[in-house]
Design a protein around this ligand. Structure first.
Ligand code: SAM
Length: 267
């Protein structure tokens, strides 16, 4: 299981759902009584759910360190998405955000969601193959695209699952399946905060790319990896120089898909 840390989740979820929650309308949050957020991590999405429903939101994750943070916001239960520690139909909405793209067999989790829900199942998943980057450093969008393509080619999971999640829900017997797209845009611009400065520093010293080295080397030859690393660090040094002058700007857009299905009445 890929591990995530609190700082990563806080940074990558920053501003998500703050602009609009209309893409979550099909979850019928005002009408929910008990909601389970599976793969809740630090509870970033649990908090969004809790803000929209009068019902109780419970977080569930397999990582106890992340769950300890989530516990500060919602009640939690430790558990695996493919074997939830809850009775059949115990919740009227079982949801997740950015969980299925990390699972080798996402259908097994959706099957569990359908077992644990008496009504709705909702999965909010990105299409990581369609992420776009704009930057004042000309080489950054192309390098980000190349690194992402190499990462996805070597993945044992489906990082682009978001765009096709409706098929997974339908295959698991859920009905009235709908999908709504939500674009999560994150911008780096002056005045830079600490997280922005750290991200630029990691580009310049190659640490960001190095953290994915093993994965990238699975699909790139040694020469290809060394070439990518060298061009990446040059790009990072240019970003650092622009940042020092207050000129660096970067916008990343991650398309998320909100896919919702209903447990059939005759189940
Ligand atoms: C990308 S994070 C998303 C966290 C949170 N949903 C959010 O959007 O900020 C994926 C989460 O899924 C959890 N996870 C991965 N595999 C899991 C599994 N089999 N069962 C339960 N949780 C799992 C990880 O520990 C992590 O917290």
């Amino acid at each position: 299981m890929r591990r995530f840390d609190e700082a990563y989740l806080e940074r990558t979820r920053s501003g998500m759902w703050a602009d609009s929650t209309s893409a979550l309308d099909a979850l019928d949050l005002p009408g929910r009584e008990r909601v389970l957020d599976v793969g809740c991590g630090t509870g970033e999405f649990s908090r969004v759910l809790a803000a929209g429903t009068p019902g109780e939101v419970v977080g569930c994750d397999a990582d106890p360190e992340l769950l300890a943070v989530a516990r500060e916001h919602v009640p939690v239960v430790a558990g695996d998405a493919t074997g939830l520690p809850v009775p059949d139909g115990a919740f009227d909405l079982v949801a997740c955000q950015a969980l299925l793209v990390n699972l080798p067999e996402p259908a097994l989790a959706v099957r569990e969601f359908a077992r644990a829900s008496s009504d709705l199942v909702a999965v909010v998943e990105p299409d990581n193959a369609a992420v776009t980057v704009d930057s004042t450093v000309d080489s950054e969008p192309g390098l980000a695209r190349a690194a992402r393509a190499a990462y996805i080619a070597g993945a044992s999971v489906d990082p682009a699952l978001g765009a096709n999640a409706a098929d997974v829900l339908a295959d698991e017997g859920l009905v009235d399946v709908t999908t709504t797209r939500y674009d999560h845009t994150r911008t780096v611009a002056p005045p830079y905060d600490d997280a922005d400065l750290q991200a630029v520093a990691k580009k310049a010293n190659g640490a960001g790319l190095a953290s994915d080295e093993e994965h990238l080397r699975a699909t790139l030859s040694p020469d290809e990896y060394d070439d990518l690393r060298q061009r990446w660090r040059e790009m990072g040094r240019e970003a650092a120089a622009q940042t020092a002058d207050g000129d660096y700007r970067r916008t990343e857009t991650v398309p998320f898909y909100v896919t919702v299905g209903r447990v059939p009445d005759d189940r």
